[in-house]
Design a protein around this ligand. Structure first.
Ligand SMILES: NC(=O)c1ccc[n+]([C@@H]2O[C@H](COP(=O)([O-])OP(=O)(O)OC[C@H]3O[C@@H](n4cnc5c(N)ncnc54)[C@H](OP(=O)(O)O)[C@@H]3O)[C@@H](O)[C@H]2O)c1
Length: 395
């Protein structure tokens, strides 16, 4: 069988340089050939640990493939990884979250190391088996995880997912699988952006400070924004959130002290409004919408005067002129998988959810992997009014 050379036009993506994948030419072998790269290249395959309870599992599974033509194709005969490396956990998917990165990577041809590939970055399910040395998870545990695109076995739109142990967390007692499946992207991105990159505290201060600092969250009604609003408000920060008229009540209820609606206003008017509400106290900012709004956030920062830490989470042009007072942080969610110490963020997120401090966004649940392609189209069209799309998979 021959090999297809596919040219990827990365310049069309308008991604900041750092976010542009280095590969511009992909070699694709047009056959459904499972490559199951171990989490670390040096790990050797181990004996079959999938049946550590004595109960056998099938050798094939249902998976949603991204084909060499970058179309979606459901297959019922995709191989289940034959063995687990030390430290790995095999999870049976019960629900998976749908995210913009899933359709964007297919449409714009990035984060697809080979084809066919399996996308999907977050899921919740039941532990089916564990590799040598795994102590924190056992067969039958209800867990959720957040995954990294480089391992096809970790793509969440398949029935059985393999991930490293430190990325696996118990499903909070008050959540079902569908609700837990959206912790891995929206929840964890909000958590790590605030705590790791922007430096907000993970716990409320013992004594409430007199002059409260403010954080600007542009896109307060986005799924990620809803988590961020609640977490920032919980530690005593004044949240100034930007959203539409239709989601303003939701964003207020989540704990935003100030809600700035953008509907019918010019950028200049919005900047003035935020500046007035912030009263010079804005010290952190997040953008969850895109390059245009990231630009407006930079205008706000230029007006503030003092240093503002800024996380543009939904792309910012590399050509932007950055005000001297802006400290721009490149949030890399892959660090959750690559840096094992990051599990502390998932643990704290779980505490906040289980204690009821952080509520899960309203869910819109679709059924079966066959519904994912349509779901991703809906997500792209963007009319979910603050709801989170997840796919439920029955066993
Ligand atoms: N870097 C990362 O690791 C990372 C992780 C997670 C998400 N992201 C990115 O962050 C973005 C948000 O993701 P998400 O899944 O949380 O989004 P989402 O829930 O799909 O957000 C959709 C919402 O955005 C709001 N919106 C649209 N235009 C807006 C504007 N001009 N100003 C304010 N709000 C606006 C709309 O609500 P209204 O009715 O309020 O307008 C809409 O309901 C995406 O671009 C995603 O790729 C990046």
């Amino acid at each position: 069988m021959g090999t297809i050379i596919l040219e990827a036009h990365l310049s069309d993506l308008h991604l900041p340089k750092k976010q542009q994948p280095q590969i511009t030419t992909l070699e694709i072998t047009p056959q459904l050939q499972p490559t199951n790269p171990p989490t670390t290249p040096e790990t050797k395959p181990q004996p079959d640990t999938r049946r550590d309870s004595g109960v056998g599992i099938a050798q094939t599974q249902t998976a949603l493939l991204i084909t060499p033509a970058r179309t979606y194709q459901l297959t019922t005969s995709f191989p289940v990884p034959a063995a687990l490396a030390p430290g790995e956990v095999l999870i049976r998917t019960r629900a998976a979250g749908l995210n913009h990165i899933d359709w964007k990577s297919v449409e714009h041809n990035f984060c697809l190391p080979a084809l066919p590939w399996i996308v999907g970055r977050e899921m919740a399910g039941v532990v089916e088996g564990v590799g040598a040395g795994v102590e924190g998870a056992k067969r039958g545990d209800r867990v959720w995880t957040s995954t990294y695109y480089k391992d096809r076995r970790a793509g969440c739109f398949q029935e059985l997912v393999v991930v490293p142990e430190h990325t696996v967390s118990p499903v909070p007692r008050n959540l079902d699988f569908a609700a837990a499946s959206c912790l891995g992207v929206g929840g964890l991105t909000a958590a790590m952006t605030l705590w790791r990159w922007l430096g907000l505290p993970m716990h409320p201060p013992a004594v409430e400070g007199e002059s409260r600092q403010a954080i600007l969250i542009w896109g307060g009604s986005t799924v990620t924004g809803q988590f961020a609003v609640q977490m920032a408000a919980h530690v005593g920060w004044d949240v100034i959130a930007v959203c539409s008229d239709r989601t303003a009540d939701l964003v207020r209820q989540l704990g935003s002290r100030h809600v700035v609606t953008y509907s019918g206003k010019s950028d200049r008017e919005i900047v003035d409004e935020i500046h007035f509400l912030g009263q010079g106290r804005i010290a952190k900012a997040i953008d969850l919408v895109g390059p245009k709004t990231a630009r407006v956030v930079l205008d706000v920062i230029a007006r503030v005067g003092g240093v503002v830490d800024f996380a543009p989470l939904a792309f910012m042009s590399s050509r932007e002129v950055i005000p001297a007072s802006a400290r721009v942080h490149n949030v890399e969610m892959k660090q959750f998988v690559l840096d094992t110490t990051s599990e502390v963020y998932a643990r704290r997120l779980n505490e906040l959810v289980e204690s009821g401090v952080v509520a899960i966004p309203k869910l819109r649940v679709i059924q079966g992997l066959e519904s994912v392609e349509g779901g991703l189209k809906q997500l792209k069209e963007g009319d979910l009014v603050g709801e989170k799309l997840v796919v439920s998979i029955s066993v």
